[in-house]
Design a binder for this molecule. Structure first.
Ligand code: NAP
Length: 285
């Protein structure tokens, strides 16, 4: 039985690869993106339905769009890939509120609004998968990356809550967060940089831009392999065959290493500070 997938941010990178791989597998694909007519024209030959969707649109517009596409295929949508997103680079002192609000609207509120529009429909049919493309930056923070990290940390927190809520209200709906390290897509070549605002940060910004430029073309992750594994995780095929799939799956050696190191460090902090942490409890009489 073919599944019906809705994928956001399909003009390039992971999103485009999802469309191509899923169409090859014979699934139904609703490929969405901004200015879809032009930016997704290269995907027409895949057979996917091409739909305009800017995930930063107001919730009412997202609801209207979901309602419009839900019945494109019999049985409604089975899997949603919350993929659209971008990187913002800039130190907190140089960021202005609008820049933080913009990245939250795309990387966090977009997936949340899509989720809220789909949930009543998915709950009614009792099944479905909500996949969120987070990042190693949903765990690990680098200087200059606060906007991006904040959006992905927020996404991970909300989706973890969602997974517990659905275990109560709709256990047939699966929730999955994937945390890629650096993968070779357009992402690092397409970073949004804050304009220079604080002179003291000029040298820092130059160093950050050097690091970013050094990543472009040297990302260790193969996006084609990454997408193929994400599809396996949703379908329970290939590497996922017969396995219980956890809420979070890291992908790529670099991201995996950073997440593991952070977890080990946190366990050490919990051990080292155990007595202090427990010393604040109210002593029961
Ligand atoms: N590549 C990596 O190393 C990496 C690592 C961890 C996580 N990720 C995550 O993976 C996801 C996909 O990124 P990618 O690596 O495939 O980069 P990409 O090639 O730059 O793709 C990003 C996609 O998101 C779309 N997008 C951005 N803002 C949007 C909006 N408001 N509404 C709809 N679409 C929007 C872009 O469309 P436009 O053409 O219209 O801009 C593009 O199609 C992102 O969430 C990113 O944070 C990537």
């Amino acid at each position: 039985m073919p599944q019906t997938w809705l994928v956001t941010g399909c003009s390039s990178g992971f999103g485009e690869l999802f469309v191509r791989q899923l169409c090859e597998l014979g699934d139904n694909v609703i490929a969405t993106g901004r200015n879809a007519k032009t930016k997704l024209a290269h995907l027409k030959s895949t057979g996917a339905m091409i739909v305009d969707l800017d995930v930063s649109s107001p919730a009412s517009e997202i609801e209207a769009k979901i309602s419009e596409v839900w019945d494109l295929y019999p049985g409604g949508i089975d899997v949603v890939v919350n993929n659209a997103g971008y990187i913002l680079s800039g130190a907190i002192e140089e960021l202005v509120p609008q820049e933080l609000e913009d990245i939250m609207r795309t990387n966090f509120h977009g997936p949340m609004n899509i989720t809220r529009s789909l949930l009543p429909r998915l709950r009614a049919k009792g099944s479905g998968t909500l996949l969120y493309i987070s990042s190693q930056a949903g765990w690990h923070a680098d200087p200059g990356a606060s906007g991006y990290c904040a959006s992905k940390f927020a996404l991970e927190g909300a989706v973890e809550c969602l997974s517990h809520e659905l275990a109560i209200f709709a256990p047939g709906i699966k929730v999955l967060i994937v945390e890629p390290g650096y993968f070779r897509t357009r992402a690092f070549g397409n970073i949004n940089h804050v304009p220079p605002r604080v002179a003291d940060y000029a040298a820092f910004n130059a160093a950050v831009r050097d690091v970013e430029a050094g990543i472009v073309g040297n990302e260790p992750g193969d996006a084609t392999k990454g997408v193929s594994i994400m599809i396996n995780l949703v379908k329970g095929t290939g590497v996922a065959e017969g396995k219980e799939i956890p809420l979070r799956v890291p992908l790529g050696t670099d991201g995996w290493s950073r997440i593991k190191a952070k977890c080990e460090n946190m366990i050490k902090i919990c051990d080292d500070w155990e007595q202090v942490a427990k010393s604040t409890d109210i002593v029961q009489q």
